[in-house]
Design a protein around this ligand. Structure first.
Ligand code: GLN
Length: 490
């Protein structure tokens, strides 16, 4: 038996029956990292010794009669923009090369409290800016299905690690699609929770008004276990909310009203990806869901609003990396002014995308322009929110593609930021409208995984999971791993 194929409930059963030890499972994943990561390059830091020590502690608890629950003995990878005390946390930026987190992010603390074993920290686009993980200052992660292609981004390390069986589950962060898009490109499940559902305490900020931490896993149920572990109010993040979930839980797809955007912009969309989405809609329908076309005019604004809001907040959030409090440790030169000093440190320590967004955001926040751009974008964000809310009177959920294409070749969009930004055309609206959204594998195109996305009403995570679980069963791609032949091709 390959222990790396076991889901969380299967693993727990094996622990409970004493068929497996946490140490053996942790060891199997660490071996997998040793063998696979030289080509996949998902990890920036591997915490092998710590993981084994932790596994030993958990095995003692098992021996003392502990019942495995939650994330007990579950090997997890953590995106390297989430702080873990005593561990290097880089956000894949050179400017944080030597930064050792003095505290632990709430989401990470919660997975630790639930018994998870942290295997290491995963690669990302620098400060989570990007859609391919090529913006990392350290290494380019590859797609485990085809190592000449990108894993998507910015949580590309986390998605690739799960897809390549280098971790059972992983944490990522999603500001405009960074969990769902790499999940789609790597053939795994990824959820962006409603804004305010998961604490951002200890998350290295990209865009504070949009960032959310969420799970990546090989099954919808495993993603749900991880989500439920990290969700909930946190006194350390005032934007988290105490909110009881929607009561409309129920089971199965029967009777669910699923809308699809009939005038969605499909320019640049791969027809084979579109065909998979249409096939999934048919599966939903034959399983008893009511499919209906819907219109949201303001959705076409989402990407533009996103790049105004994100660049503005980036310019503010990255201002702290001035070389004094944080940043690469460089001695000032004789007679160097403060401005010359910070310019030198930031030019050296920040990559092209971080510099590009800082420049744009400084402009959109400057006197006279803030009202025209940043504040205007927030006003229009309200329009988008209201339009989605109105649609959720007619349908329970929306379904559509996660990404317009399958994983693209490394380097293809790297020097073309505008094309890269379009990778998020289908994921960004859920962030702008503060809605929960999940991507699950629904098929294959060009022998590469295709993801489909459910978007639910605010705080409607239960509904989103219900629909995803139903479609997962219809499609038959639960527990998909790279290199495993898909159960059925198109
Ligand atoms: N790709 C988007 C960007 O570059 C989304 C990033 C994210 O969700 N962190 O900003």
């Amino acid at each position: 038996m390959d222990v790396k194929q076991l889901t969380i409930p299967e693993l727990h059963q094996a622990y409970a029956k004493r068929e497996l030890t946490v140490e053996a499972v942790t060891g199997a994943y660490l071996d997998s990292i040793t063998h696979t990561d030289p080509t996949v390059r998902a990890f920036l830091t591997v915490l092998g010794e710590q993981a084994i020590q932790r596994a030993e502690v958990l095995d003692k608890q098992l021996a003392a009669g502990a019942k495995p629950a939650g994330l007990f003995g579950v090997p997890i990878a953590i995106k390297d923009n989430l702080c873990l005390a005593g561990t290097r946390t880089t956000a894949a930026s050179k400017i944080l090369e030597h930064y050792v987190a003095p505290y632990t992010a709430t989401a990470v603390q919660r997975v630790l409290d639930a018994g998870a074993v942290v295997l290491g920290k995963t690669n990302l686009d620098e400060f989570a800016m990007g859609s391919s993980t090529e913006n990392s200052a350290y290494q380019k992660t590859t797609n485990p299905w085809d190592v000449t292609r990108v894993p998507g981004g910015s949580s590309g390390g986390s998605a690739a690690a799960v897809s390549a069986s280098e971790a059972l589950v992983a944490l990522g962060s999603d500001t405009g699609g960074s969990i769902r898009q790499p999940a789609s490109l790597c053939g795994v499940v990824g959820l962006k929770p409603t804004y305010g559902r998961v604490s951002r305490h200890g998350v290295i900020a990209l865009s504070s008004s949009l960032d959310q931490v969420g799970p990546l896993a090989c099954t919808v149920s495993d993603a749900r276990v991880l989500y439920e572990t990290i969700a909930g109010a946190d006194p350390l993040d005032a934007t988290t909310v105490v909110h009881t979930d929607d009561p409309a839980t129920g089971k199965g797809l029967m009777g669910l009203r699923v809308g699809y955007l009939e005038d969605a912009d499909t320019t640049g969309m791969d027809p084979e990806v579109l065909a998979q989405v249409q096939k999934a809609l048919k599966l939903l329908e034959s399983a008893g869901a009511k499919i209906q076309p819907v219109k949201i005019d303001s959705v076409k604004l989402a990407l533009a609003l996103y790049y105004v809001i994100v660049t503005s907040e980036v310019s503010s959030n990255l201002a702290r990396y001035d070389g004094i409090r944080y940043g690469v440790d460089m001695q000032p030169k004789p007679k160097e002014t403060f401005l010359q000093y910070t310019t030198r440190i930031r030019s050296h320590g920040l990559g092209m995308e971080a510099q590009r967004r800082t420049l744009l955001g400084t402009y959109t926040l400057s006197k006279g322009y803030a009202d025209r751009y940043y504040h205007r974008a927030h006003e229009l964000q309200g329009v988008l929110e209201r339009d989605f809310d109105a649609v959720f009177h007619d349908v329970d959920l929306l379904f559509g593609p996660t990404s317009p294409t399958v994983a693209f070749p490394l380097g293809e969009k790297f020097n073309d930021p505008l094309t890269m930004y379009l990778s998020d055309i289908f994921t960004v609206p859920a962030n702008i409208a503060n809605l929960p959204a999940i991507s699950i594998p629904i098929g294959f195109a060009h022998h590469l995984p295709v993801g489909g996305q459910f978007i639910g009403p605010r705080f409607g995570e239960n509904l989103v999971f219900r629909a995803a679980l139903g479609l997962e069963a219809e499609c038959g791609f639960a527990n998909l791993r790279a290199g495993k032949a898909p159960l059925h091709q198109a």
